[in-house]
Design a protein around this ligand. Structure first.
Ligand code: SAM
Length: 175
């Protein structure tokens, strides 16, 4: 998490969307490290992405770190085709461990073009395939090779700015 935080470079008062955020475990921790962040936690799964689960996570980290967390967290439920997030709103959009689970990634990525501010940044944190067609052990979905991922993002109108290796074939891509 510390390594991701150093790459995402959050600034106080930023507004960030996380797509496929589930209950926002990562984002709540990020908000414990930088003041006054607003996170829209977006997912298609209402069972995990809801006020109650998020409040549980906030309490967990506040107890663990023995300090209040100043961030705001807004759960938003999307569909396989669209994020349902507001247009021209976000300084940063994150997709953490989720891109390979999207049924229609091209639709979601094009929708992210709509919700990002003009100077906004998209970060994708993703385990890559070691060979074409490799299946993710955890979820049974197909992983992207680096070439496939960058190609998909270019088709969605994003230009790659930087790549950061994390660990065991997990990378962060900045667009
Ligand atoms: C492996 S989980 C990652 C959760 C979290 N980001 C993390 O790293 O702990 C992938 C998430 O993507 C969500 N997801 C799948 N398709 C989606 C879509 N089209 N739009 C938004 N979220 C989606 C799933 O419901 C699931 O919560």
């Amino acid at each position: 998490m510390q390594k991701s935080l150093s790459i995402y470079q959050f600034k106080e008062n930023e507004t960030i969307a996380s797509i496929g955020a589930s209950s926002g475990v990562w984002e709540i921790w990020f908000a414990s490290q930088v003041e006054n962040l607003t996170f829209y936690l977006q997912d298609i799964d209402e069972q995990n992405c809801n006020e109650e689960e998020i409040a549980y996570g906030v309490k967990y980290y506040e107890n663990l770190l023995q300090k209040p967390i100043s961030g705001k967290f807004i759960p938003i439920i999307g569909t396989p085709h669209q994020t349902n997030l507001p247009s021209d709103t976000f300084d940063k959009v994150l997709i953490i461990n989720s891109l390979h689970e999207f049924q229609f990634p091209l639709f979601i990525l094009r929708d992210i073009q709509r919700i990002l501010r003009k100077e906004g940044t998209l970060f994708i944190e993703e385990q890559l395939a070691n060979f074409q067609g490799e299946i993710h052990e955890g979820c049974g979905k197909r992983l992207f090779t680096q070439h496939e991922l960058i190609d998909l993002l270019q088709k969605s109108g994003f230009q790659l700015k930087e790549t950061f290796p994390k660990h065991s074939n997990v990378w962060i891509f900045k667009f």
